[in-house]
Design a protein around this ligand. Structure first.
Ligand SMILES: O=c1ccn([C@H]2C[C@H](O)[C@@H](COP(=O)(O)OP(=O)(O)OP(=O)(O)O)O2)c(=O)[nH]1
Length: 149
């Protein structure tokens, strides 16, 4: 199944052109894989930034979201400490390389090799909104388990 018959073209710059452009792993993949530009050691119970080699000009009307590959926690012991990476539309200048923020939750150092795929990027349509401030709102719905287990 093709997720999109006609892909949108996106401007992209590789910091190191010896590494490949990102690819969608299967015809149905919604995320393109991000690899590490440099071999990076992440100390135990520590944070690190993994350079992805990519500067991406996200098209108007979209955002780029970064998230880990589902296999990365099991294989490498790495989580994304910010949950997901939100890449702003204007983060696309000369030094605005996409960075994958990682947390090593193991008690041993972890090495991410140059060229190793650890995360993925997903383009998501977004809107921009202006505020219309009001004094009255409707009755409360409740939340945080208000509907029961
Ligand atoms: O996982 C991430 C998250 C962010 N960024 C880049 C792109 C994003 O546009 C920029 C700023 O991110 P964010 O707004 O989440 O961070 P902040 O802590 O609010 O920093 P700033 O003050 O630079 O906005 O950092 C990444 O490369 N990877």
């Amino acid at each position: 199944m093709d997720v999109s018959a006609q892909p949108l073209e996106v401007n992209i710059k590789r910091v190191d052109t010896e590494l490949p452009l990102p690819t969608y792993a299967t015809a149905g993949s919604v995320g393109f894989d991000l690899l590490s530009r440099e071999t990076t050691e992440v100390a135990p119970r520590s944070l690190a930034l993994i350079p992805s080699n990519l500067i991406v000009q996200t098209p108007p009307g979209y955002m780029l979201l970064l998230t880990m590959r589902s296999s990365t926690a099991r294989r490498k012991g790495l989580l994304m400490p910010n949950g997901v990476g939100v890449i702003d539309q204007d983060y696309c200048g000369e030094s605005d390389e996409l960075m994958v923020s990682v947390y090593n939750f193991r008690d041993e150092p972890v090495t991410v090799l140059r060229g190793e795929r650890i995360a993925q990027g997903i383009f998501i349509p977004v809107g921009r909104f202006s505020w219309n401030e009001v004094e009255q709102v409707g009755s409360a719905r409740g939340g945080f388990g208000s509907t029961g287990d």
